[in-house]
Ligand binder design. Structure first.
Ligand SMILES: *Cc1c(COP(=O)(O)O)cnc(C)c1O
Length: 382
């Protein structure tokens, strides 16, 4: 099946008792047992629920994996990956990652004895140099949030595996979605999503996902999910599955609009730096072009007038771009990483990697591009 068919049919069958084409919302916590003590597919909904199963099969199909898992949030999915490790293990992570991921690493799991080493993932050597005998996991995010850096998934995976094939490679694929890149095909072991974003696509749910292609890993993840309990509910699973059915059409338009917004900003006299992997001026443009089908709908930039006042004036002036956290919905959003999505990263560390108070992040939606550009133009001129 081609990707654009998988979004609709991948892992899906009509519901067996009624033939319902969309899986019903099985709003139930438990299932009648046929015989005492005999295992059956559905028993208690923390373990398995048919609506969630339908979604998980879809996720596995989209990422070309064998097993999908739907969690209560993106962070719950990351939490599950970290629980595969034990005290003393080392994680190598990108130095520009989602603020909540960084907060979990530093403020939660460090306390339990995991060690985190942050490197700039833009070269393979930065990653291999950081490997020690304790390394158990490499955590990649590409494109990164909010600086849109690109890591070469295939080269990093093969270089790390050639040092130690036991090291797990996990990729946060939230920004790209499987429409643009499929990390399991590039050598990664685990793909993670905040399904809250593009997979759901309509800003109406919080959800996370993991997809793997290996039986033992799937078993371990299923155990942790069942034992710790951070599952997605049936209603949210239904909404995510509905969102996924239009992922390919939405993404196509997000990419078209994203590129036009990035080009518009790059040529605007009031705009300083633009961060978009689809611009030839982007330092990792070549890797992005090799690795991704297109370049997505996320664009970050700063104004020429590099002050907090000018930045705040812009943030307050857009009309179609709503000032809000989150991304990946059909509607356009504008976000100020320093005070919003990345407020949990200490100032010194933020500045070191280039997240300044002047940085603005856009989630370009699928509205008419003329209206989006007109909104940006008026806000830049206020
Ligand atoms: C939002 C986000 C997360 C966290 O997901 P939640 O669903 O908010 O828990 C993780 N990674 C990236 C890249 C994100 O954008």
């Amino acid at each position: 099946m081609k990707f654009n068919t998988k979004t609709i049919h991948g892992g899906q069958q009509p519901e067996p008792t009624t033939g319902a084409v969309m899986p019903p919302i099985f709003q139930t916590s438990t299932f009648a047992h046929a015989i005492p003590g005999e295992a059956q597919e559905y028993e208690y909904a923390r373990g398995k629920n048919p609506t969630r199963t339908a979604l998980e099969n879809s996720l596995a199909s989209l990422e070309n994996g064998t097993h999908g898992f739907a969690f209560a949030s993106g962070l719950a999915a990351i939490d599950c990956v970290l629980r595969l490790l034990k005290p003393g293990d080392q994680v190598i992570a990108g130095d520009d990652i989602y603020g909540g991921t960084y907060r979990m690493f530093t403020q939660l799991f460090q306390k339990y004895g995991l060690e985190f080493t942050y490197v700039n993932m833009n070269t393979v050597e930065n990653v291999t140099k950081a490997i020690t005998p304790k390394t158990k996991l490499v955590w990649l995010e590409t494109p990164t949030n909010p600086l849109m850096k690109i890591a070469d998934i295939a080269n990093i995976s093969s270089a790390v595996k050639s040092v130690n094939k036991e090291v797990l490679i996990a990729v946060d694929n939230t920004f790209a979605t499987p429409y643009l890149q499929q990390p399991l095909n590039l050598g990664a072991d685990i793909v993670m999503h905040s399904a809250t974003k593009y997979l759901g696509g309509h800003s109406d749910l919080i959800m996370g996902a993991l997809v793997v292609k290996e039986e033992k890993l799937a078993k371990d993840i299923h155990f942790i999910q069942f034992a710790a309990g951070a599952i997605s509910g049936p209603m949210d699973s239904f909404l995510a599955l509905r969102g996924i059915k239009t992922l390919h059409v939405r993404m196509q338009r997000h990419c078209e609009n994203g590129k036009k917004v990035a080009q518009f900003l790059e040529n605007h006299p009031k705009v300083g730096k633009v961060y978009y992997p689809g611009l030839e001026s982007h330092p990792n443009y070549a890797i992005a072009k090799k690795q991704m089908k297109d370049f997505g709908g996320m664009v970050s930039f700063s104004l020429n007038e590099n002050t907090k006042e000018a930045t705040f004036k812009f943030l307050k002036s857009t009309k179609l771009f709503t000032l809000a956290e989150s991304l990946g919905g059909v509607e356009s959003l504008v976000n100020h990483p320093v005070t919003m999505s990345h407020a949990s990263i200490p100032e010194k560390k933020r500045l070191k990697i280039g997240i300044t108070a002047a940085l603005i992040r856009l989630s370009v939606g699928i509205e008419a591009i003329e209206d989006l550009l007109a909104d940006l133009e008026q806000a830049l001129n206020i």
